[in-house]
Design a protein. Structure first.
Lengths: 327, 246
């Protein structure tokens, strides 16, 4: 099965990172192993959120500007369920994903029933995320503007790990799982219908495709995956507030990563997340070396430049470039 | 098989289709012709569920299916092609046809097998190409294959021959015959009269949204009203006059 071999290779490659860690730290690229793992876990969480976006946006053509609504729901559910209701973090993780899926289904139902497409759909999702952000910033249950802190209690049963590698492997396992899921979807009736809906809804309907149902399935699954990313974020950083959870930054990362990596491809979100965050960090380091002080927001400048370059020269993203090189 | 009863469609003040009734017999190839803007495609969009008639009914195998959405009609066995062909560009030719085949074959292997059968019936080869790489004639065949892959009982063809050169038309006419011989009833909108004459058993002519004639191809082309609809008022009389004098 060559279709699955590439996934195995990529995942094995990433799993071998701890072997390379001493060399990378020794070469002075990273300040320490901690910095490296924090960055890589962050990359994987963004990749996961982006994989969610890619399912509805990349394969299905439903461009959401508000995946923060799902990321934030996952992140808050993970935090609130354990701090306020004493639910085990592993169980909370499952509940966070389910809640994210529910929010996706509801937003999807409202938007798709109203036949919103293209930029109208994008704006409605953006509006939902913003409403959630404002509500979360004010509601007592979320801790309001102070946010919610998850108490440090390092135990396996608590989804907190003493070893730095453990969380990296956990995040990698989820990313690998979604890579597999993606490939399965690509080769299924649902996946083919999804692309058909993206390319031409009327032609798909004439062939018996229930486009509302296909889009609803896609946004629900997409929201569930992005909510998982949010829940992992909470569990990694043990803190969440409205601007982290429902902020526009994550909506942008979730859609930029697949576009830069290769929209509607299995590896696009992962490659895009690596490229974006890698170059963003490199820019920060370079600026620091040149000017002796940080310029806040320089990584966002890099994102903007990358987006323009990709749209102008590589509409199929980094994956598309590699494909062309290989031929 | 298909009964259209007094169907009317108004868009604001414009009456696109006015009180049209027609019957398509099971196993037949029927034609729907008329000058540009006559309302042929509007009638198609109502039969296939994309538009709801303002008045009138559409009966399929005796059941009233008026206003049902296209995906429900596809499941019942009504498939259509589009005048402006639009292949799913992100998919290969095989996958394009499989979108249709998936309707009755949820499993990938079966859907692909059915897609390949249909593709060879309509003469599509090299199925791993991206659909966007097809020529116009290839896209017309793909449009036909996709619709056919849903295993329809009634196939609505909206100008499948338009834009093809005479030799391509000669290639596709037998394909349409072969489809009918497999038991699929066909209703086609067509401007290429040579094809209408050779393919259709019955022809329905509309102009300005109204039925002006119906019958065998030979009957309708000699109908003065039809001649006038195409060539202008008084044309039939002038032609007849010339025939007498000449």
């Amino acid at each position: 099965m060559t279709a699955y071999r590439s996934i195995l290779l990529v995942v094995l490659g990433l799993a071998a990172l701890p072997l390379a860690a001493p060399a990378l730290v020794g070469a002075g690229i990273f300040a320490g192993a901690n910095t490296l793992y924090n960055l890589m876990v962050f990359v994987l969480i963004i990749a996961l959120a982006a994989q969610g976006w890619n399912l509805a946006g990349g394969y299905g053509g439903q461009f959401s500007f508000g995946h923060a609504a799902f990321f934030g729901t996952g992140a808050y559910a993970q935090a609130i369920l354990q701090t306020r209701y004493g639910i085990n973090p592993w169980a909370a993780l499952v509940a966070a994903v389910a809640l994210g899926a529910l929010v996706g289904a509801v937003i999807g139902f409202l938007a798709f029933r109203a036949r919103l497409r293209g930029s109208y759909f994008a704006l409605v999702t953006l509006a939902f995320a913003e409403v959630f952000r404002i509500l979360a910033n004010a509601a007592p249950i979320t801790g309001g503007a102070a946010g919610t802190l998850v108490p440090l209690d390092v135990r396996w049963a608590n989804l907190q790990f003493a070893s730095r590698e453990a969380f990296y492997y956990l995040a990698l396992a989820f990313v690998a799982l979604v890579l597999l899921l993606n490939r399965l979807v690509e080769r299924s009736r649902f996946g083919t219908y999804l692309v058909a809906v993206r390319e031409n809804e009327d032609a798909a309907r004439a062939l018996g495709v229930d486009t509302l149902q296909v889009k609803l399935k896609a946004i629900t699954l997409s929201a569930a995956i992005t909510a998982l990313a949010g829940a992992l974020y909470t569990q990694k950083f043990l803190y969440v507030d409205a601007n982290i959870a429902y902020g526009a930054w994550i909506s942008i990362e979730a859609l930029l990563a697949p576009i830069v990596g290769g929209i509607g491809t299995v590896f696009g979100p992962l490659v895009g997340a690596l490229t974006l965050i890698g170059l963003g960090e490199a820019a920060k380091v370079a600026i620091h070396a040149l000017f002796g002080s940080a310029i806040p927001g320089v990584d966002l400048v890099v994102y903007g430049v990358l987006l323009i370059l990709v749209i102008a020269f590589a509409p199929r993203g980094v994956i598309g470039l590699l494909d062309r090189r290989a031929r | 098989m298909l009964n259209v009863e007094g169907v009317t469609k108004r868009f604001g003040g414009l009456v696109a289709v006015s009180d049209v009734s027609m019957t398509v017999a099971k196993g037949s190839i029927s034609g729907l012709i008329g000058p540009n803007g006559a309302g042929k495609t509007t009638l198609f969009t109502m039969i296939s569920g994309f538009e709801r008639p303002t008045a009138g009914r559409v009966l399929f195998e005796g059941d009233d299916v008026t206003g049902r959405p296209p995906e429900a009609l596809a499941l019942l066995g009504i498939a259509r092609t589009f005048q402006i062909v639009q292949p799913f560009a992100g998919l290969t030719v095989r996958e394009n046809v499989a979108v249709g085949a998936y309707l009755r074959h949820p499993r990938r292997e079966e859907a692909f097998a059915r897609a390949e059968e249909v593709a060879s019936l309509v003469g599509l080869a090299d199925l791993d190409r991206p659909a966007s790489a097809l020529t116009v004639a290839g896209r017309k065949r793909l449009e036909l294959a996709r619709a056919l892959a849903t295993d329809p009982k009634l196939l609505l063809l909206d100008e499948v021959l338009a834009g093809l050169n005479p030799s391509e038309i000669r290639d596709i006419v037998p394909v349409i015959h072969a489809i009918r011989d497999q038991g699929v009833t066909i209703l086609m909108i067509e401007h290429v009269m040579q094809a209408v004459m050779s393919l259709c058993e019955r022809v329905h002519v509309i102009a300005n949204g109204r039925t002006i004639a119906a019958g065998t191809p030979a009957e309708v082309v000699s109908d003065p009203q039809v001649v006038e609809a195409y060539l202008g008022q008084g044309a039939a009389g002038r032609l007849a006059g010339r025939a007498v004098h000449g």
